[in-house]
Design a protein around this ligand. Structure first.
Ligand code: HEM
Length: 267
């Protein structure tokens, strides 16, 4: 039995990680498509009222600063959602290091800007959801800023091992907003009704738990990933593979729910 586990653990770990990556990349491309079709297209057509499709307070007449910041936020959202997963593809890193470096700089710069814009929108303009959501997404912004700082610092020091680790932490922090929508839709698909939250105020225990689950917990999963990757223990690799497999199935179903129930109907 021990022999069998040792034989399958490494390929399983590699393949489940690839499976997670492919599902995440496709899901993030779908989110980017939604952002392009809803926000980029309406902005290009001068139809700013269309920004309010998801919520009525995104385009506020007279609030020039707030509108500019929201516009920049969603403009950057599409950029980082496409660039993020591309940075992790080893073939691009190895065969086109210049592309990786340039797009990495754009990604890190955008990470700082999108977080700053997000913090402004949350605390100055007022976001949907209660105080818990506001604090949760602000912690996400701080995690992004810290990970972006260390990812660029270790890249400049040519410490590739630590740069890679911080870059993966950064990608997961930057995916928090996308994961929120994906797991929210998974929950809605399971319950077929607003369970654990008030759909009018968009507050409630489920949304509080979801904020912790998508904004903070992925950092622990990344830490576990590197522990399993660098460990000689086949059991650690196997256990992590099973955990990631279950999470990925949830992401795949939630993404399909988000595409059909949230993103396509709005564009
Ligand atoms: C880093 C990845 C992020 C992406 C890809 C992203 C994407 C988006 C998108 C697409 C919207 C428009 C709403 C929609 O159509 O679903 C939005 C709105 C918003 N974002 Fe972000 N965002 C990110 C990070 C953040 C952060 C870190 C914060 C807070 C610190 C934040 C705060 C907000 C707020 C307050 C709104 C207005 C919606 C509301 O009232 O809740 N975002 N974001």
């Amino acid at each position: 039995m021990k022999q069998v586990i040792q034989t399958i653990a490494i390929p399983l770990f590699r393949n489940v990680t690839r499976f997670w990556f492919v599902i995440t990349f496709l899901g993030q491309l779908a989110f980017a498509y939604y952002i392009l079709m809803l926000y980029y297209r309406s902005t290009a057509l001068g139809d700013f009222e269309k920004w309010n499709t998801a919520s009525p307070h995104f385009y506020v007449q007279g609030d020039v600063v707030g509108n500019l910041i929201f516009g920049s936020h969603v403009a950057l959202a599409a950029v980082i959602t496409i660039l993020g997963p591309l940075q992790l593809i080893p073939q691009i890193r190895n065969k086109m290091p210049r592309v990786h470096r340039i797009s990495g700089r754009i990604y890190i710069f955008s990470a700082f800007l999108i977080s700053a814009a997000g913090l402004y929108l949350t605390w100055k303009r007022g976001a949907i959801g209660g105080l818990f959501s506001a604090v949760g997404i602000s912690i996400n912004a701080l995690i992004i800023i810290v990970c972006a700082f260390f990812a660029i610092r270790y890249a400049m020091q040519r410490n590739i091992k630590l740069h890679n680790q911080w870059a993966v932490h950064l990608l997961l922090a930057m995916s928090g907003v996308w994961l929120f929508r994906v797991f929210f839709m998974l929950w809605m698909l399971i319950h077929r009704a607003p369970v654990g939250f008030d759909p009018e105020t968009f507050t409630g225990p489920f949304l509080n738990a979801l904020a912790v689950f998508v904004y903070i917990l992925p950092q622990a999963v990344v830490a576990l990933y590197f522990k399993a990757k660098f460990s000689n223990s086949a059991y650690k690799k196997l256990a992590f593979s099973l955990l990631l497999f279950v999470i990925t199935i949830g992401i795949a179903i939630g993404t399909m729910g988000a595409i059909s129930g949230m993103w396509l109907p709005r564009i």
